[in-house]
Design a protein around this ligand. Structure first.
Ligand SMILES: [Ca+2]
Ligand SMILES: [Ca+2]
Ligand SMILES: [Ca+2]
Ligand SMILES: [Ca+2]
Length: 537
């Protein structure tokens, strides 16, 4: 491998033409994309989390306009910093200023409510493409050395893509996985735009790859954009991991220190989606820094809780439902595991850490542990019939560096196999795949009792891993068969047992051993309730 491969870097979105073509700017767009039908970030900000003390790196073709008012605190001090690693100098760009603003904007006098995802964080913007839009692996490693080692960036977000073969084996991708593995960094990578499959850096094993969502109603993001790259990767791995709002975001731009642009179209440009992921990671790291637990800020733990807590019921590019309640649809090539949900991720990371070996009675939790050679860990979780068990396990691919060489771990790569057994010892989920370094389970449980989750290391290697789980309770009065809505199907249970008397009648909602108008009145309080994460007509 030559020491200094040159490569053409393409901005993941051509900014200038796109924003001009959009409809009139909408008030508080950045705030709305962070609402409950977007990335749900405002709910975490309302709890006092801002990502303060967390440094985020932006690796892109050009630089952030660091003098923009949106980056300044009340003392006039900017929280954005720019660096050039190409020798062609610092050059502000709209694209990179907008990405940075989406992560850390504090608003300004004319746009006080246009707050980014992690407004307490700092951003360090690295230019890695020269005036010919070429980059080298030296530009990239110099940038990451400065951002990760020099500036202690624990999150890296990327605004460029490459048309090299995105099979996880390019030097670019290995460089990313090296810094993630070696320095415990969260890489927020984009699935990229306008290609037939996920592009570099979206093929990084250790990153969280994000696709872009378009709006389906004002401020509601329920459909994958037409231009965001779909998975799997060229080598068959399940990327993207997640999706995030892209369309209709009003962001600080580079034309002046007070310029703002509304960007993102129904193409779902991933440059405007992936900053949500970076910002959420910064919020979570900021929160984890406030706890005594030493492992809740591990990059694997951040990834596990983000992926586990996604909202899965997102329509595909063609606006067809993706039916996430079906066991084969946990992951989908357009939407990955679903839309990022900052509040649910925060609540999951905030739940108590769990340990392998013991019995777990909490509704959700997470673990970070090290698996030894051919080891086995098991987690026993108490669950109720009709709960859904949602579980994510992830670890990093190991990359080593020798001079300019980045080398993947020897074959076979570290691998955990995940098995779930019900209280009768029947296997209800099992996988023996070795390709992906993330496994997610989302299964409806048919029995009440202790479920055993087993992780088997199929290799002689040892490795850290993170696990996150949540038991999602059924809707009240969504009788079997569970269909995630309380409607006429459930009313039939009441009518079938109408005026019956006795113990353990399903339709005796009041517990007085008879089914009558009191039960009907109780039932109507829940009429047409749905669980939107799983309900499809
Ligand atoms: Ca902590
Ligand atoms: Ca496996
Ligand atoms: Ca029902
Ligand atoms: Ca009753």
């Amino acid at each position: 491998m030559p020491a200094n491969i040159r490569n053409s870097m393409i901005c993941a979105i051509a900014g200038a033409a796109l924003w001009a073509a959009l409809a009139a700017p909408k008030a508080y767009a950045i705030a709305e994309s962070t609402g409950p039908d977007g990335s749900n970030v405002r709910a975490v900000q309302a709890l006092g989390q801002t990502g303060e003390g967390v440094n985020v790196g932006l690796v892109s073709a050009r630089n952030t306009r660091t003098t923009h008012e949106a980056f300044k605190d009340p003392n006039g001090v900017s929280h954005a910093f720019s660096y050039d690693f190409t020798g062609d100098g610092i050059e502000f760009s709209g694209h990179d200023t907008r990405m940075a603003g989406e992560v850390i904007s504090r608003g300004d006098y004319t746009h006080p409510d246009y707050i980014g995802v992690a407004p307490g964080a700092d951003i360090h913007s690295a230019r890695i493409a020269d005036n010919s839009n070429q980059t080298t692996n030296a530009f990239l490693t110099d940038a990451l050395d400065e951002l990760v080692i020099g500036q202690n960036c624990r999150v890296i977000v990327t605004g460029v893509q490459s048309d090299d073969n995105a099979d996880g084996n390019s030097v670019w991708t290995k460089i990313y996985d090296y810094y993630a593995y070696q320095y415990d960094v969260v890489f927020a990578t984009a699935s990229g735009n306008y290609a037939s499959q996920v592009t570099i850096f979206g093929d990084a094993y250790n990153g969280i790859t994000t696709g872009g969502l378009r709006v389906t109603d004002p401020d509601v993001y329920l459909r994958v954009g037409s231009g965001t790259n779909s998975g799997p990767t060229v080598d068959g791995r399940r990327k993207p991991d997640i999706v995030a709002p892209a369309q209709n975001q009003t962001l600080p731009s580079s034309e002046s220190d007070t310029a703002w642009r509304t960007v993102g179209s129904d193409a779902g440009q991933t440059s405007y989606a992936v900053p949500h992921t970076a910002g959420v990671a910064a919020l979570l790291l900021g929160a984890a820094d406030q706890t005594s637990d030493p492992d809740d800020n591990r990059s694997e733990a951040i990834k596990a809780v983000i992926v586990n807590s996604t909202f899965p019921n997102i329509n595909d590019k063609n606006n067809n439902p993706t039916y996430p309640a079906e066991p084969n649809n946990i992951w989908h090539g357009d939407r990955g595991y679903g839309r990022i949900d900052a509040l649910r991720a925060y609540e999951l990371l905030n739940a108590d850490k769990v340990a392998e070996g013991g019995d777990i009675t909490q509704q959700k939790g997470w673990a970070y542990d090290t698996m030894t050679s051919y080891g086995q860990h098991s987690y026993s979780v108490q669950a109720e019939r009709n709960d859904r068990l949602v579980l994510t396990v992830t670890w990093h691919r190991e990359i080593t560096k020798n001079g300019p060489m980045f080398t993947e771990e020897s074959a076979p790569k570290f691998n955990l196999d995940v098995t779930v057994k019900d209280p009768c010892d029947t296997v209800i989920f099992a996988e023996t795949a070795t390709l992906d370094n993330l496994e997610k389970v989302d299964v409806l449980l048919e029995k009440t009792g202790m479920y055993e989750i087993t992780l088997d290391n199929t290799t002689a290697k040892s490795r850290g891993y993170a696990l996150a789980f949540e038991l999602v309770e059924p809707l009240v009065y969504d009788f079997e068969p569970i269909d995630y809505i309380v409607d006429t199907g459930d009313l039939l249970v009441i009518s079938d047992q109408w005026l019956l008397q006795g113990e353990a009648l399903e339709a005796d909602l009041t517990g007085d051993e008879k089914v009558d108008f009191e039960d009907f009145a109780e039932f109507t309080l829940y009429w047409l309730n749905v669980n939107p994460a799983y309900y499809n007509e």
